[in-house]
Ligand binder design. Structure first.
Ligand code: CMX
Ligand code: CO
Length: 140
């Protein structure tokens, strides 16, 4: 069902500082930055590897509200790995198959993610403590 790791999401307090750190320390480059009001984040996608059917990325996430998922996470845990995003070909099909296994869905329907992707989250309490995102990337 999963085609690849699309991205690893990392919670940061200061997006601009974190971008500079990833650029200078690891030599990654920013593909896109955007604000996603619905998810409560300002974020950047940094390309790690370019492989069909889409690249893999580090997603740096700075909360724009303290009561957002990333804001709450930072308050409790500080900076660090927040979630894993897996690539899927059909997010609605994948969600239905996973729900059938008894896993709680955070999103019953896909939402808008980075770079035009359709995304949906599974509840970390049903996935061994790992917040898990399904990502249907825009075909390119
Ligand atoms: N990883 C693992 N566990 C997590 C977690 C995370 N990132 N975030 C929260 N939890 C756990 C908490 O530790 C807590 O556990 P305990 O009950 O044992 O203390 C429990 O989940 C509830 O935590 P909470 O802070 O009260 O959070 P909520 O129930 O309000 O929300 C969740 C949890 C998963 C529904 C919410 O974080 C969510 O909707 N996440 C999906 C959206 C998201 O993360 N958006 C930002 C990224 C956007 C993008 O990738 O594009
Ligand atoms: Co993500």
């Amino acid at each position: 069902m999963f085609t690849r790791i699309d991205h690893v999401g990392i919670a940061v307090r200061d997006l601009d500082k974190a971008i500079t750190w990833y650029e200078t320390t690891f030599g990654l480059t920013v593909t896109a930055t955007e604000t996603n009001e619905e998810q409560g984040v300002r974020e950047a996608m940094l390309l790690v590897a370019d492989a069909a059917p889409g690249g893999s990325y580090v997603q740096l996430l700075e909360p724009i509200r303290a009561d957002s998922p990333v804001g709450k996470f930072l308050g409790r845990n500080g900076e660090g790995v927040h979630h894993i995003g897996y690539g899927v070909n059909d997010v609605e099909k994948a969600l239905a198959a996973i729900a059938e296994q008894g896993v709680r869905l955070v999103d019953k329907r896909p939402r808008h993610g980075s770079m035009g992707a359709s995304i949906a989250f599974l509840h970390p309490k049903d996935t061994g403590g790992v917040l898990t995102e399904l990502v249907q990337a825009v075909k390119h």
